[in-house]
Design a protein around this ligand. Structure first.
Ligand SMILES: Cc1cc2nc3c(=O)[nH]c(=O)nc-3n(C[C@H](O)[C@H](O)[C@H](O)COP(=O)(O)OP(=O)(O)OC[C@H]3O[C@@H](n4cnc5c(N)ncnc54)[C@H](O)[C@@H]3O)c2cc1C
Length: 388
């Protein structure tokens, strides 16, 4: 393959995973990340099924992920008096191995930093494709030409916006917001079984506990505009004001949690993941907030994209088309799932139905279907092509 100089936007999961493989196949890799450094902490993410495990094993990071895993967190849904009404197993939410997103990013960065160039605190400003490559302008650094550019910059991807069009064309708001609030960012404190407690009212869910004693909230709402993080915290507090159980205490503790994140529950729907010399990977291409498959899809997607580029005799166009076809089939695992509607239904009847469902055989079947679906891909053995 002739195209050797590549730029990846985003250094969370999809970006460094792609960097890992492209570097091994002999590409010259630069990763640009908007944040001033690797972002630590964050939510717990998980891997499910033998395909995802195989990719992690081929990367040689499965055991390291296990060592840093958080363990499983069972969620107990309680009424205002703290009495258990339903329970969701941590094996469903945490898959086979669960780890804090920041810990996973650090592992991937650790495996790539020596050979790939990481530029923190910068971002792509403009992209212009020519016959021989892509001219890239940055917010801070000097302009450069690359053979290929990859958007691994999440649900609100800038590469997607610059190349494919406005976010509103591709990102569907699912009628809910979520927020997480935690301790100062740091690493997970080891695998163990935990219990988180959740309390709901129609269209509202407050969860306390779990890895790093995080708080999690979900609330039903149409599109909202926030001036800044203070406005987000204020809206959250207003929405949950008057709710019973331990919610007043949680809200009172909110200012003590510096690791705060609020966003819409959203799903990315792209007619194509590729355009010319640019390809999207991970959440930027097929994200579905809290759908439960984002991290696994990002890592599998990076593996397939890099592998197809390594084998493609017909150049990047052939490789991109193969990647698109393979991943479009795989990301169906997320289906039409809407975590907000599932966990924070908008009516009292919906809440009772949720509690019933969680204790039923149907839930076990859904859990099994989800686990089986993550293996629904024919994984090629690309690593045989490694040049290093
Ligand atoms: C609360 C929550 C819970 C979740 N739980 C799970 C779970 O249980 N299981 C699971 O599999 N997944 C879960 N996910 C999803 C998972 O975090 C993502 O699917 C996964 O991180 C995808 O990685 P990514 O690298 O594609 O995108 P992201 O992790 O979103 O990373 C994008 C990166 O790009 C950077 N960036 C953004 N804009 C720019 C720019 N303009 N220039 C340069 N860099 C930029 C960002 O700073 C970030 O580092 C959860 C997500 C959230 C928010």
């Amino acid at each position: 393959m002739q195209n050797r100089t590549v730029l990846i936007s985003g250094a969370s999961i999809a970006g460094p995973a792609l960097a890992y493989w492209l570097d091994r196949y002999g590409f010259d890799v630069t990763v640009v990340e908007r944040a001033p450094q690797l972002r630590p902490g964050g939510q717990a993410v998980d891997f499910k099924g033998s395909v995802q495990r195989t990719v992690l094993e081929r990367m040689g990071i499965y055991d390291e992920i296990r060592r840093h895993s958080t363990g499983a967190t069972d969620t107990v849904f309680v009424d205002a008096d703290g009495r258990e009404r339903a329970r969701m197993s941590g094996d469903f939410t945490g898959g086979e191995v669960e780890i804090l997103r920041g810990d996973l990013a650090a592992i991937l960065y650790g495996r790539t930093a020596e050979h790939c160039r990481y530029v923190f605190g910068d971002s792509i400003n403009a992209l212009r494709e020519t016959e021989s490559g892509v001219e890239v302008e940055f917010e801070h650094g000097p302009a450069r030409r690359f053979d290929l550019v990859f958007g691994a910059d999440g649900i609100h991807s800038r590469v997607r916006r610059l190349v494919f069009g406005p976010e509103a064309d591709f990102v569907e708001h699912r009628g809910y917001y979520y927020a997480i609030a935690g301790d100062a960012p740091g690493s997970g404190d080891g695998p163990r079984r935990r219990v988180a407690h959740a309390h709901s009212a129609p269209g509202l869910l407050a969860v306390r506990g779990g890895p790093k004693a995080q708080q999690m909230y979900m609330f039903a709402a149409g599109q909202l505009e926030f001036a800044d993080e203070a406005a987000q915290r204020r809206v959250l507090t207003e929405r949950f004001a008057g709710m019973g159980w331990q919610v007043p205490e949680m809200l009172a503790e909110l200012p003590d949690h510096p690791d705060f994140y609020l966003d819409a529950i959203a799903r990315v729907r792209m007619p194509s993941y590729v355009s010319g010399r640019v390809a999207l990977v991970g959440d930027s291409a097929y994200g579905n907030t809290l759908g439960g498959f984002g991290t696994g899809s990002a890592v599998v997607g990076a593996y397939v994209l890099a592998g197809e580029l390594a084998v493609a005799a017909g150049g990047y166009g052939t490789a991109f088309a193969r990647y698109e076809k393979i991943m479009r089939g795989y990301v169906k695992i997320g289906g039409n799932s809407n975590a907000g509607r599932f966990l924070a239904p908008k009516t009292g009847y919906g809440l009772r139905a949720r509690n019933w469902f969680l204790g039923s055989r149907l839930f076990d079947l859904m859990d099994k279907y989800a686990a089986d679906a993550t293996d629904d891909i024919d994984l090629a053995d690309y690593p045989a092509l490694e040049t290093r």
